[in-house]
Design a protein around this ligand. Structure first.
Ligand code: BES
Ligand code: ZN
Length: 470
């Protein structure tokens, strides 16, 4: 690890540090073992692997002396629960990570296979090493090191490790409602985010929500000869194109009536804070890489990336897509659409507006239906909350620099559920880098962030012990 003892950093408890050093290889191996389990929540054929991954997590929790450890069935994938309540009178922290991962296609772009993770040149590579298994292992490893020298965390910890985060967290909402008492806490810490561009330690204070839907356009039960019927019937692919084209204007504004009604305006202070972050459009563009950055007029790239809502087609299919030519009018056409939402847009309301607008702009001659697939609410957390400040001190101690506060464009639906349903302040403390290829081939996690992140977590439990209760 570079710089761990630079003058700006403050070492953690020497006994725990020694234990972490002694367990360096074992901790890395734990992540490699965990990431080798193909826990893809979206694919039914991996249902058994989901249980295997949940059991792996539960075993590790039992290994660090957690009580009430349970792999709780849901209507889809299990939730792993456990607690270490050994600090009477101290605050309780609800710790959340997810053990599911995204699908791995396209396979041919992976250096090796996605579920044969490896550690090379200071990086873990494999599906889930960053999002989110590495962070889950950091939490467990921090506790293992503490336990090995006879220490208990200075706060009470309640763990919720979810298996449907990458699939919309549907089962989680009802489970949280039904388990309020077991989830009673003073604050939630979610480790499923990352640092700012260039590996600058950061705390996420805003996440976008999501509304994911499908549009289906149907003409007839079967494809039709385009010579025999062309000119007399509607074409579902053309109709879908027309609908999609109506969703956004050339200025990048979303045309769904009412879509922006509930958007909390960015204050001048918000915009100034974002403008002060060390963000270069050109470096961001080149790092993706794409030819040009485009988006809604009137907003900076950073604002568009995290603080403005979006609407994107995620996929579309219809008719003949093979080589050569086949003369048909397709029987049907389909598109997957997502909108990323910002505070205070509500996914259900956005879906209603979206569905009504699609019906309104649908051309005649075809049957158009929309289906809601999943939704998650946006969230904003205060930078000045004592728990956020505790996390900032923990990062500063280990990295030697003040963290930045940033908004992220991605979604973690449980954040709003912890906030609204359980009434908890949430700290989003994660350790990945923006270029970590999350959801893409060759997902990676920097070993240095894995090591330091584990130490940040060790420190955080001490820092949070002084949190005002209630
Ligand atoms: N870890 C991400 C969320 C995230 C992305 C945080 C980028 C910070 C920066 C999370 O696992 C994720 O990908 N969530 C999904 C949620 C969706 C399926 C409801 C997302 O954002 O697409
Ligand atoms: Zn994630």
């Amino acid at each position: 690890m570079s710089n761990l003892s630079s003058p700006e950093t403050t070492p953690i408890d020497p006994a725990i540090e020694a234990a972490l050093v002694a367990s360096t290889d074992a901790r890395a191996q734990a992540l490699l073992d965990f990431a080798a389990i193909p826990s893809v929540s979206a694919l039914p054929e991996h249902a058994g692997d989901m249980v295997k991954a949940a059991e792996w997590v539960a075993d590790r929790l039992r290994g660090v002396g957690a009580t009430d450890v349970a792999v709780e069935p849901t209507s889809l994938h299990p939730i792993v629960y456990g607690r270490i309540h050994e600090a009477p009178g101290a605050p309780t922290v609800l710790v959340y990570c997810h053990y599911d991962v995204q699908p791995v296609d396209p396979l041919e772009l992976w250096e090796t296979t996605p579920f044969e993770p490896f550690l090379r040149d200071g990086r873990f590579v494999g599906r889930g090493v960053a999002d989110d298994k590495g962070q889950l292992v950091m939490h467990i490893s921090a506790l293992e090191a503490m336990r090995s020298v006879g220490r208990a965390p200075a706060v009470n910890l309640t763990f919720v490790f979810e298996g449907e985060e990458e699939y919309g967290s549907d089962s989680l909402y009802a489970w949280i409602e039904a388990n309020r008492e077991r989830l009673a806490a003073d604050v939630a810490v979610i480790s499923d985010t990352g640092f700012f561009e260039g590996n600058i330690p950061g705390i996420t204070v805003g996440l976008r929500g999501i509304m994911y839907a499908q549009i289906d356009v149907v003409l007839s039960p079967v494809d039709l000869h385009s010579g025999m019927y062309g000119g007399t019937v509607a074409n579902p692919a053309n109709a879908l194109a027309q609908i999609i084209a109506a969703l956004k204007g050339p200025d990048g504004r979303i045309r769904v009536p009412g879509f922006y009604d509930d958007v909390v305006p960015l204050s001048d202070a918000d915009r100034a804070a974002m403008a002060a972050l060390p963000f270069e459009d050109e470096a961001y563009r080149a790092g993706i890489p794409v030819n040009a950055l485009v988006g809604e007029a009137g907003w900076t790239t950073l604002e568009r990336k995290a603080a403005r809502p979006t609407l994107d087609i995620n996929g579309m299919w219809s008719g003949f897509t093979g080589e050569g030519a086949k003369t048909i009018i397709p029987a049907h056409a389909h598109a997957k659409v997502s909108t990323r939402l910002v505070a205070n847009q509500a996914p259900e309301k956005i879906y209603e507006q979206f569905a009504a607008y699609v019906a309104q702009v649908a051309p005649p001659g075809v049957t158009v239906t929309t289906t809601f697939i999943h939704g998650g609410e946006p969230s904003l957390t205060p930078t000045d909350h004592p728990a956020t400040q505790a996390a900032a001190r923990s990062l500063k101690a280990v990295y030697g620099v003040e963290p930045v506060y940033m908004r992220e464009g991605g979604s973690i639906p449980v954040t709003a559920a912890f906030d609204h349903t359980l009434g908890l302040p949430v700290v989003l403390l994660g350790f990945t880098q923006p270029t970590c290829n999350a959801h893409a081939p060759n997902e990676w996690l920097e070993l240095d962030n894995f090591e330091r992140g584990t130490r940040v977590i060790v420190r955080l439990w001490d820092e949070l012990a002084g949190l005002p209760r209630g």
